[in-house]
Write a protein of this length. Structure first.
Length: 436
């Protein structure tokens, strides 16, 4: 018996390749290339905007139903109250009781369609477009200083707020656009430099310069309320974005001190602001002039009582509250729906803002979260300031009530922003489903 067994002889066929001799090295097997990853909308970049458009313009997934429902309910109530508050003034000024309502309704329908379309867009589009939106906004804020509808105050200053659309019976306020583009600009900036936000340069100086440029241009329009809202939005995003809290608090305290000094020496302010401050501090000042609208607003609120005089039964809207379809529409709401109706509307706004913050917490990245926060701060600040003005708790600064006050382009812009929030909620819902 042989000491070593050998395998049986293997006869190679003619068409069989010859065996290769072993070199003693392990042969590497090349892995198959993985399937091409799904295209994304943006490609990382160090430039401002942090992205370049590639694909995925539209997203799938369900929108946040509570947020959408609250938006539609508030819009519907706002349209009803706009008609109720505006028809006497509309008939007196336009000869048609439905003038303001029809225009607002048309803009509302267009705005809802736009909201639904925007809700399908990938939110990263706005991050990629941030530098272009910033440039366009600054250009419009400069143009309106030279090309605007002419509205003058009794004190002589001109309000340079509206740009006339050539060939159309439309005007729009660049400041309405500025509120949104400031949000996208700061959200993009903070998401790019999130690690440096604790430093003075990146967390305080650069954001403050951006906000300051916006505020100075809007203030140049003699638009105090727009300046305040833009400033509050910017400071809120700085705080939410991770700015050093100690430095931030010191900065806000210094800003408050400057405001107090200015209020102590009001002569340095424009005449129309001086008049508003005097009308607020002196309740007997010009009852037929500067105090007229505020006094009649208080009469309307007091007349409403607990449950109101009934929808459509307001007396103060008959040319007592001047232009009741605009900034002081909430006083007519209080008169017709009473304290209970006013509280219900305030709670609806509060629920909308809270739901927006919940969407922000679920958002897929920092840019999305900060964008939602900025938009919700805008809505909340406008509602709060409008109610404070109407109740004579702060000077009359002319702040509109979202979804209620007359203004077609402002309403469309607001519904556009609601669409952005709903679009972000789609991505948040996608992530929630994946995690589950």
């Amino acid at each position: 018996m042989p000491e070593k067994l050998t395998p049986p002889v293997h006869y190679r066929h003619d068409n069989e390749p010859a065996p290769q001799e072993s070199t003693g090295k392990t042969k590497r097997v090349r892995r198959a290339k993985p399937e091409k990853a799904e295209k994304t909308l943006v490609k990382a970049s160090k430039k401002f905007g942090g992205a370049k458009l590639k694909a995925d313009w539209f997203v799938t997934g369900g929108i946040d139903i509570p947020f959408f429902a609250l938006t539609i309910v508030i819009l519907a109530i706002g349209l009803v109250m706009l008609f109720s508050a505006s028809y006497p003034y509309s008939y007196f000024m336009r000869g048609n009781s439905y003038h303001y309502f029809i225009r607002q309704f048309v803009f509302a329908v267009f705005g809802v369609a736009l909201m639904l379309f925007v809700s399908k867009l990938n939110f990263k589009i706005f991050k990629a477009a941030a530098p272009y939106l910033l440039g366009i906004t600054l250009l419009l804020l400069i143009i309106v200083l030279f090309y605007h509808t002419s509205i003058s105050t009794d004190e002589g200053e001109a309000f340079k707020r509206y740009i006339k659309v050539p060939g159309l019976p439309l005007t729009f306020q660049p400041s309405d656009i500025a509120k949104f583009t400031l949000v996208t600009t700061l959200a993009t900036y903070i998401s790019m430099f999130s690690r440096e936000m604790k430093t003075f340069k990146y967390g305080i100086l650069i954001p403050a310069v951006i906000i300051g440029v916006y505020c100075l241009l809007i203030m140049a329009e003699n638009h105090l309320s727009g300046t305040i809202i833009v400033g509050v939005i910017g400071l809120s995003l700085m705080f939410a974005g991770g700015t050093n809290k100690k430095i931030f608090i010191i900065g806000v305290a210094l800003l408050a001190a400057v405001v107090l000094v200015v209020l102590m020496f009001p002569d340095i302010l424009p005449k129309y602001i001086q008049t508003k401050l005097q009308a607020f501090s002196d309740k007997d000042f010009e009852p037929l002039g500067a105090r007229w609208q505020t006094n009649n607003s208080l009469y309307a609120i007091g007349s409403g009582g607990l449950f109101g005089v009934g929808l459509g039964n307001s007396k103060q809207k008959f040319l007592y509250v001047s232009q009741p379809q605009n900034d002081f529409i909430f006083s007519i709401v209080c008169e017709e729906l009473g304290f209970v109706g006013a509280v219900v509307i305030i709670l609806l706004f509060a629920a909308l803002v809270i739901r927006g913050f919940i969407i922000a917490l679920r958002s897929p990245d920092k840019f999305a979260a900060l964008t939602v926060v900025g938009i919700m701060v805008q809505v909340g600040v406008q509602v709060g300031f409008n109610i404070l003005v109407v109740t004579d708790s702060i000077p009359n600064t002319g702040i509109a009530l979202p979804f209620f006050s007359y203004g077609g382009t402002a309403l469309v812009m607001l519904l556009f922003e609601m669409g952005v929030v709903l679009g972000i909620s789609r991505k948040a819902n996608q992530r929630k489903v994946i995690e589950e």
